[in-house]
Design a protein around this ligand. Sequence first.
Ligand code: ZN
Length: 146
Amino acid sequence: MLTDIRTFPCPACSQIINDSADICRFCGTPVDREAAIAAADIQDRVNRGCSDASYLRTVAVAMFVFLGLSFIPLIPLVSMGFLITFVVLAILLVRWQVKYRNIPTKDSDYDKAMGQRNLAFSLWIAAIAVGFVIKPLVEMFLWPRL
Ligand SMILES: [Zn+2]
């Protein structure tokens, strides 16, 4: 890992530069080694936060596919699939919050990652209403007539 060239945004002009540079190649501002390493560490967290957030969104969508399918009677195991993805998503959301919330960065990808986290969290909240309130009511009132 130590030999990897890492990147971070220039503190002066926000262009992406690498942490082995002595001066920013865009604006010529001298790069402080310590600050560069700290900034690159932050950028690593931002990058991991972004890829984990897109995974959160994928799990949230999968959860809703299972939930949608579970409205159709006689398809086995989809309710189980919903419950598993529901629990996994809750764990992943908490894990994301612990690891990646409040990263001091102006990176627009981090804003996108927070948007994906918000989407995943909204779907999770919606799944409580749909999966544990609406679906039991539908089963109670509609399925006996099918
Ligand atoms: Zn610069």
